[in-house]
Design a binder for this molecule. Sequence first.
Ligand code: NAD
Length: 300
Amino acid sequence: MTRIAFIGLGHMGGPMALNLVKAGFELQVFDLNPALAEPLVAAGACFAASAAAAVSEAGVVISMLPASPHVERLYLGDAAGGGVLPQARPGTLVIDCSTISPQSAQKVAAAALRQGLRMLDAPVSGGTAGAAAGTLTFMVGGEAADLELARPILSAMGRNLFHAGAQGAGQVAKICNNMVLGVQMLAVSEALALGVRQGLDAAVLSGIIAKSSGRGWVTELYNPWPGVMDNVPAARGYAGGFGADLMLKDLGLAVEAAIAARASVPMGGLARELFAQWSSSGHGALDFSSIVGLFAPPER
Ligand code: NAD
């Protein structure tokens, strides 16, 4: 079976890589923080000495890094050199699952294609719970034939695979999805705070919204109010999950894309401002549902 190099073992990459090991794939894993590889090595993966070492022996490379600069640095290097693309064997399939700008995805893909490699952008939705359960949604940009090659691998980590279009199209879809999510989290947060101020119980109100026309992913699966749901970041002081700084990054990508496309995104722009306030007041490392604290700081 094809050997997979998996680079970036954080909140998402760790559980995604573990699902590949469980499905029987041979994995070489790497993260700048070696401690994150321990559960994977215990499950049967090998820890590579460097990203370049992992890539040089792989038929498929998967990356799950924070943002565009990390992905460009990994694959293309910086002024001092050091990108890993030249280490890959011809024909290697490179799949970047990070959420980055469509322009960055296209730049890395163009470099990969020039070197005789295949490249897909395949950002995901579903959160850390979806990563652990293997139920992620993949939004894929690139050649349809390359998606077919990737299908058995992506299917071990996710349930829904969508071909959005050419290289970069997966990122466009992801940015639009996360703009909806950021706005929705703010809308649910301010509505719960309003209801609680007027004497409603947050769990009762959440249950009503979840079965009414205001329902959505946030009220059904990711409630921001502590004490309403188990197994969500709000139940553990907003630790883990999807960092507020990562949501701020994604809303920034949406606003940048809107400027480039001369589109109007007033809700996305306001959401970006509110997440910027939350982040600059020291909450960027908490899960993004902690934004409820802007309206009614819940007890932690
Ligand atoms: P994270 O910060 O937990 O993990 C990123 C990992 O990348 C870190 O462990 C870091 O050490 C590693 N890293 C950075 N540069 C590296 C390099 N050059 N070589 C090797 N390792 C390197 O982030 P995350 O929450 O796992 O998110 C990863 C991506 O997935 C982001 O683009 C995010 O927007 C997206 N995403 C996250 C969620 C979520 O719920 N957390 C959901 C969907 C999409």
